[in-house]
Ligand binder design. Structure first.
Ligand code: 5AD
Ligand code: SF4
Length: 476
């Protein structure tokens, strides 16, 4: 077929969207085979940021795999290099700028290698424009809303030999049936919804991932069943705010109902989810975790700040009292529940008095572990316009204070588990000390002696020692 015809979108109806993308995958495969004379082309995919990005990269890998690609962890060997970027904090963005800049030499050595950028950074016009201008050796740029068009975009770049820049597509649709090439063989990510409607004032996510939309319940349950039947042991349902799952679906469903139904699927597996928003975290959900057969006894519930004044400024729609009510209910209903959270230190206008409220909250709740971040202004968000008089040094001091307090709490929490028998999933071998790296249902790391043959299996470990936030145990 004349390839110039294939570039005309009107050849295909929207209903046949996936067929159209498959068609482009075939064309890519043809082109790559010509160039490599039958050898499989190689792709190097590097993912920054959260699990949602990891899940997106698994789709891109799925599409490339279908086109006949294999994967490499050496950029020098790759025919195609893709960075899937993260915009949540400045630090992540700086790393991308640095790492893309470093590809200049590689492109000089291997002019045939096609370099592409995608993900959340590319949905911010000022960043994508800067990338496109600063790095002329980048041939393809596309945002999160164009992921499903990847085959077409890639083909267009290959065929035309020109740079392709695609952003701002429709963010309302969900495309089912995109192939997935999962990184893990026993742990997997399962997106149940995309986007976010909450507009926390510090957060860029609603601007780069669009409005919240949920996958249909049957689609999620079928994918979960497939994963369980093919031997996956640890399945994490993903969404920016899983508690509001189901909004806008024809079939009325809550998140608690969804996980309750998945939990009915027979098999030996753990079901996890992230992230929950305290404003939508229902007692029904906590009861479902408490009664679940497979649902891990772990609740990741970001509170961001312990100060009601700051929570209001953050547009979080709950206060400290409401947060503690949910936490106390979870502690009552789920014995030994493992609680984790996200915290931002140094939000604009936060005072040391506000920060002390955060410290007192972590002392009261006793989290297993925390993901702690220093506030990073994001262009286009309301918080970036707020007065921010506290210096970076002062914020770092608060941050270190927070880490020290949490370290002590985590150490005590872990020490209280010595002597327990814990069900663990063996995940990998720690290269530093040769021990098996495992996790319990509460997502706490447990290190054990043992053979690497056990990777991917459930075992029971007697906990013999606690080292800060890590446990050591003996497989029994
Ligand atoms: N600065 C610092 N941390 C942020 N987060 C989101 N946006 C920002 C920001 N601008 C943190 C929040 C969120 C986690 C994923 O990242 O704690 O829960
Ligand atoms: Fe960002 Fe808030 Fe949405 Fe989480 S809930 S993704 S913090 S806007």
């Amino acid at each position: 077929m004349d390839r110039s015809i294939a570039l005309q979108k009107s050849d295909f109806s929207d209903k046949n969207f996936l067929e159209k993308q498959d068609y482009y995958l075939n064309l890519i495969s043809e082109l790559m085979d010509i160039r490599k004379r039958g050898e499989k082309p190689l792709a190097f995919i590097h993912t920054y940021g959260c699990q949602q990005n990891v899940a997106d990269s698994e789709k891109i890998k799925g599409m490339l795999y279908k086109a006949g690609f294999d994967f490499t962890d050496k950029p020098d060997d790759a025919d195609f290099i893709l960075f899937n970027t993260c915009a949540v904090r400045e630090h992540a963005e700086d790393r991308v700028f640095g790492n893309v800049g470093a590809l200049k030499n590689l492109k000089r050595k291997h002019p045939q290698t096609l370099i592409a950028l995608c993900g959340c950074m590319m949905e911010q016009k000022h960043i994508a424009d800067r990338m496109y201008k600063s790095f002329p050796f980048v041939s393809l740029v596309f945002g999160t809303h164009s992921l499903q068009n990847f085959p077409e975009l890639y083909y267009r770049t290959l065929f035309s030999g020109k740079r392709v820049y695609e952003r701002d597509n429709d963010d309302k649709l969900i495309y089912e049936g995109i192939p997935v090439k999962r990184d893990g063989t026993f742990k997997s990510w399962l997106p149940i919804m995309y986007g976010c409607d909450n507009f926390c004032t510090y957060c860029i996510v609603p601007y780069v991932r669009g409005r919240e939309r949920s996958r249909k319940k049957d689609d999620v349950i079928n994918e979960a069943r497939e994963l369980i039947n093919s031997g996956y042991k640890d399945i994490t349902l993903l969404g920016q705010n899983v508690n509001s799952y189901g909004k806008g679906l024809e079939e009325k469903t809550t998140f608690a109902q969804l996980i309750g139904e998945i939990d009915q699927i027979e098999g030996d597996y753990w079901l996890r989810f992230m992230t929950s928003h305290p404003k939508d975290c229902s007692k029904e959900l906590i009861d479902t975790i408490a009664n679940g057969k497979h649902i891990s006894k772990h609740l990741h519930l970001p509170f961001q700040s312990g100060s009601d004044r700051v929570l209001k400024q953050m547009n979080r729609h709950y206060d400290r009292k409401k947060y503690l009510e949910i936490i106390n209910y979870a502690k009552e209903r789920i014995p030994d529940v493992s609680l984790t959270s996200d915290i931002i230190v140094g939000f604009p206008g936060e005072t040391y008095e506000d920060f002390k409220e955060t410290l007192s909250l972590i002392k009261e709740v006793k989290f297993t572990s925390l993901f702690t971040f220093i506030y990073s202004p994001r262009v286009g968000t309301p918080a970036a316009e707020m007065a921010d008089p506290i210096s970076a040094e002062e914020k770092s001091k608060w941050f270190r204070e927070l880490l020290a307090v949490q370290e002590e709490i985590a150490a005590k929490r872990c020490a209280s588990m010595v002597g327990n028998n814990e069900k663990i999933l063996v995940e990998s071998v720690n290269e530093k000390n040769g021990k098996l790296q495992c996790r319990n249902s509460g997502n706490i790391i447990v290190e054990c002696e043992g053979s690497s043959d056990l990777i991917g299996t459930f075992q029971t470990a007697k906990i013999t020692e606690a080292r800060n936030w890590i446990l050591r145990g003996k497989i029994v």
